[in-house]
Structures are given as C-alpha cells and as structure tokens.
Design a protein around this ligand. Structure first.
Ligand code: ZN
Length: 381
C-alpha cells in the first residue's frame, strides 16, 4: 500500500522535527534509512564527514535511470521570530508551517513517498529510479560533490531535483563563487607611513579593478539575466592612527553560461598578479566554485512534467531560470548539454524566512504527481 494522506503529513512532520541544520544531517539520513526499510527499500548511507551522510536508494533495474534528488540540510531558525515552534509542523488552514517545510523537507518527503508507492506497486517495470538525498546543499555542496566523485551519477540518464519552485519549473540556474582575498602589509604609526605598507590600499584597488573588469564582460543570458559581482565583507585595521598590516575581503559572484566561473577566475588572477607586481601581497582563495547549469529546454522529462503539472494543478507550469545555485551544479557535471534536468518541487518563496510553510494540498498533489511522472518517463524512454 502506498502511504495514506495522514502518513504523508506525518512523514513531513517527522522530518521537520529533526533539526538537520547544515553540518548535522546524520539523524535525518538514519531516520529515512529506517523508514524506507519498513517498506522493503534498502537505502545506503554515504558518509561525507563526521555527523553527515547522504542517502542513496534504488528501485527497478537498468536503464534508463532517473535520479531524483533533494537535500537534507536546513537553514537556521530563530524561534522568537516564529508564530509557532519551527520544529513542530503546524497546520493552519491549508498551510503547514515549519523550518524546511518548503526548503526542502516537503520535496524530500514527496520523493520518499513516491518511491514507496512505486515499490509497493512493483514499479518501475522498465528502467530504474534512484533516490539521492544530499547534505550540505545550503552551504558548501560537499554532499553532491561526494556523490559525483564516488560515481553515484555514472549510470544516471536524467535528473529531477525537488527544490521548491512555486509551481514553476526550471532547467537552468546561475553558478556561484565565494572568494576570500587577503592583503599583507606592514604596520606603522600613521604619522610615519613610509615606515610601513598599508594593506588596505591594494585590497581596495583590487576590489575596484576586478569589479570594473567584470562589468566590461557582463552581458545578459536570455533566461538567467545578468551575472553579478559583489564585495560583501571587508575587514582591516585596529585603530585610526596605525597602518593596517593585514586586510581581508570576501566577494560573491553569480555566474551564467555567458559570464562563467573561468572568466571570473581569469579576472581575479590577472589583477592579483598586476597588483603584486607593484608591491602588494595579495592572496586569493576561491572556496566555493559552483558552475552555472543550463541544460535541455525541450527534454521529454521537462515536457512531461509541464503536462502533468498542468493536469494536477489546473494551471500552466511556467519554465524559468533560477537565481540560487542547487546540487545540479555538481550532479550534472560531465553530462552532455542535452541531459534532461528539471527542478520542480513542492514549496514557495517563504524559504529561509521565519514562518516558512508549504501548502498542504500542493505537497499532497506532488506526492501523487511524482509516481506518475517517474513511471511514465521511464516507460517512454
Ligand atoms: Zn533548497
């Protein structure tokens, strides 16, 4: 038997009750491993770091292999800002409130529920369905990287990510880079600047020059829009009458296929080298480097999802590009440009905020839609 409506809501409530903030996802992975085992689905935990494991499960056999994915981590919640306890799923009218309700425990629960429904119905009869639940999506994306590096994507022919898309559907999103720039100088009394080297000056110059160079090459992608480059953190100096010996800045860049990570890396290295030639001691660390994703806009999977979405939700499913990065950045690496990827899941724009919620009816409808989408896709390909 597939899960009942009550069981589906209960599953979501159990997931929300586990505080799987980024860095502490083990318990939710273990819970789901036990949960799936009750329905004769063997799931494997893939360790990423201490207290962090991804979960992988597969039903059916051979190709095509459709992977369906979601992340187990959530962002922090400040209970004082909430009307109800963020870790107790709370129903009000058609809304279910809780941290992760939208991003993305509803997506994870709907995938798990779909897997159970298919397994119980002896599906898929053709091809296989692979569940990939990751850790660290909100910060770092180490989970999806480990799955990629350990070969869990090798046999995958198509991918659905159940991130909340507000009843729209995406096949593309921007990339993201986090960069730390440090500058070393020599401290001196500000009345005798010739005795020292102000570490802040080349850093400011670097931020200015790289931003100018970036804007020169920036151009709009028809789906994703403009790339962006923002210095977001700067630290230097201890007191007003002393030259700082050290300065540090952080930059976040959102890339597109037209203005990609490689082009940004070139600008950063060019200006680091130029300024270091004039006496600066700048150093760069690119500590997040997620590529933009833009795959097939006309895949069977995408068309099928739009058709079923219209049928189940009685509205057109608009195809969009997403601004935030997802695990697709790692999970689709090395795949051909016509690889079918869709991002389509329950939830809305209340993510990362107090009083995050998912519409109960929307969540339950996705629990119905997914099994049909998965079996129809696998049978057709
Ligand atoms: Zn998410």
């Amino acid at each position: 038997m597939a899960l009942s409506e009550t069981q589906k809501i209960e599953l979501l409530a159990q997931l929300v009750a586990i505080k799987s903030v980024n860095g502490d996802e083990e318990k939710v992975a273990q819970f789901l491993q036990r949960y799936l085992a009750d329905y004769w689905i063997k799931a494997q935990l893939v360790p990423v770091a201490k207290g962090r494991s991804c979960l992988v499960a597969k039903i059916g056999h051979g190709h095509p292999c459709l992977a369906v994915s979601g992340h187990l981590d959530i962002v922090l919640a400040e209970p004082a800002e909430w009307y109800s306890d963020p870790f107790t799923l709370t129903a009000k009218k058609d809304r279910l409130y809780g941290r992760g309700a939208s991003d993305m425990k509803a997506g994870v629960a709907a995938l798990v529920s779909a897997l159970i429904a298919l397994k119980q119905a002896n599906e898929p009869k053709h091809g296989s369905l692979k569940l990939l639940l990751t850790v660290a999506e909100e910060v770092g994306q180490e989970g999806s990287r480990v799955l990629l590096e350990q070969g869990y994507l090798t046999d995958v022919d198509a991918l659905l990510i159940a991130e909340p898309t507000n009843l729209e559907l995406a096949y593309a999103h921007k990339g993201s880079m986090d960069i730390k720039v440090t500058s070393r100088g020599k401290s001196a009394h500000s009345s005798m600047p010739e005795e020292g080297y102000n570490a802040l000056e080349p850093l400011i110059d670097f931020l200015y020059q790289t931003k100018q160079a970036f804007e020169k090459i920036n151009q709009a992608d028809e789906l994703l829009g403009l790339a962006s480059f923002n210095a977001t953190v700067i630290k230097a100096g201890k007191q007003v009458n002393s030259l700082p010996a050290f300065a540090e800045a952080k930059i976040n860049v959102r890339t597109t296929p037209l203005v990609d990570n490689q082009k940004v890396r070139e600008i950063l290295h060019l200006w680091k080298t130029k300024l270091n030639h004039t006496g600066a001691q700048l150093d760069l660390a690119i500590y997040l480097d997620q590529h933009p994703v833009k795959l097939a806009s006309d895949s069977t999977l995408l068309k099928l999802a739009c058709d079923l979405g219209k049928q189940y939700f009685h509205q057109e499913i608009k195809v969009i590009g997403l601004a935030p990065v997802t695990d697709a950045s790692n999970l689709t690496q090395g795949k051909p440009t016509d690889f079918p990827l869709i991002i389509f899941g329950p939830g809305n724009k209340s993510v990362h905020q107090a009083n995050e919620y998912v519409d109960k009816s929307q969540y339950l409808t996705f629990c119905e839609l997914y099994p049909q989408l998965f079996t129809t896709y696998l049978a057709k390909n």
